[in-house]
Design a protein around this ligand. Structure first.
Ligand SMILES: Cc1cc2nc3c(=O)[nH]c(=O)nc-3n(C[C@H](O)[C@H](O)[C@H](O)COP(=O)(O)OP(=O)(O)OC[C@H]3O[C@@H](n4cnc5c(N)ncnc54)[C@H](O)[C@@H]3O)c2cc1C
Length: 308
């Protein structure tokens, strides 16, 4: 029951100020967001790629309110691409972006987000990598899918995310699987109303399996974004039944969550990509991680009380 309350707080400016200012916050944040700058995360990228893992990098930020912030987001990603080029890691490191950070919610936001994200996708392609468009709340998705389709005309490797908790997702999966897209399937991390989304865990898990089956049987490249051991086994079985080889799908998990499992899957020969976020605007990302697991919140609350 706590999850929805935390997700509501993730949109509150007052809570943002309170939590960001608490002295203990940083050490809890570090578990999920291991740095504020590219320099902070380069050693992590080198370490994880050295262990046989791949990465998708998120420069944290979302829901910006001024066009200059969208341009700053674009530039931050472009600086990141330059760094990956210098490290010659283009084949191992891709990027994840939230279109709300590229101006999607501003006036004329659809065009603005497309104009800002395109140079990042171009720069990524030039070094042999790609970009995946994260899925945010359900009101943003028609625009996200349209931008995805537009980018794929020139850069077919551009990926997108679909969320099992939404009723619309099975139909989206069919369309994306038919046109050969790279698609990350996740359960969904936002607070969504009962008119558009399943609310119960067992319903979401069942929907995840249905949608995953569509992706595995389709012509695209499925990316299984989950830490759920049951769904990981199901994915392996569905891939086997669909006759997919190990390089025809991949697993993805978040930095700081079930890290042993990242290594176990990679050691079994699976392609395993770690979603790693960095940057200073970490509040929304951090709150979603707290909402996903009540134990995280209890740990955070205990730290606040004991150090407070
Ligand atoms: C690579 C990746 C990209 C994602 N991108 C998006 C996106 O674009 N849009 C979106 O809405 N959502 C996104 N998500 C989040 C996703 O929607 C879920 O909220 C999140 O993955 C938790 O669901 P789960 O499948 O891991 O299953 P759960 O049933 O929530 O978790 C299974 C197990 O994983 C562990 N676990 C899960 N979450 C946590 C946590 N926060 N802290 C500690 N342990 C945890 C626990 O052991 C838990 O029992 C992404 C997730 C991943 C892995």
């Amino acid at each position: 029951m706590l999850g929805p309350v935390i997700l509501a707080a993730s949109r509150s400016d007052r809570m943002r100020r309170l939590i960001s200012a608490a002295p203990v916050t940083k050490q809890v944040v570090d578990r999920f967001i291991p740095g504020e700058s590219v320099d902070d995360v380069v050693p992590i990228i080198e370490d994880l790629t050295g262990k046989g893992l791949e990465l998708t990098m998120d420069v944290v930020g979302e829901d910006i309110t001024r066009p200059e912030q969208a341009a700053a987001a674009r530039d931050a990603y472009l600086r990141f691409v330059d760094r990956i080029k210098d490290l010659e890691l283009g084949e191992r490191v891709e990027m994840s972006v939230k279109l709300s950070m590229f101006g999607q919610a501003l006036e004329g936001g659809h065009e603005l987000a497309l104009a800002n994200v395109r140079p990042v996708v171009e720069a990524a392609a030039a070094i042999g990598t790609t970009v995946t468009l994260d899925a945010e709340d359900h009101t943003t998705l028609d625009s996200m899918f349209a931008i995805h389709e537009e980018l794929r005309r020139d850069f077919p490797q551009t990926g997108c995310v679909i969320q099992a908790y939404l009723f619309r997702t099975e139909a989206d999966a069919r369309r994306l699987a038919a046109n050969g897209s790279r698609v990350r399937l996740v359960k969904g991390a936002y607070k969504e109303p009962a008119e558009v989304a399943y609310q119960q865990k067992h319903e979401i898990d069942k929907a995840y399996v249905r949608v995953l089956k569509v992706l595995m049987e389709g012509a695209g490249y499925p990316m299984i974004g989950s830490h759920d051991p049951r769904l990981i086994s199901v994915a392996q079985e569905l891939a086997r039944r669909a006759g997919r080889k190990l390089d025809e799908y991949e697993f993805q998990m978040l930095y700081g969550i079930r890290s042993d499992e990242h290594l176990r899957l990679a050691a079994e020969g699976h392609r395993m990509r770690v979603y790693t976020a960095y940057g200073t605007d970490w509040y929304g990302y951090f709150m979603r991680r707290l909402a996903e697991k009540p134990a995280n919140l209890r740990f955070f609350a205990r730290s606040m009380i004991s150090k407070g």
